[in-house]
Unconditional design. Sequence first.
Length: 23
Amino acid sequence: MAKARVSIEGEGRTLEAFWDAAA
């Protein structure tokens, strides 16, 4: 989930990164 946290700065990419990490 660390990647998703960093992606938060990417806005739109946040959700995509979050789902990728969750999967």
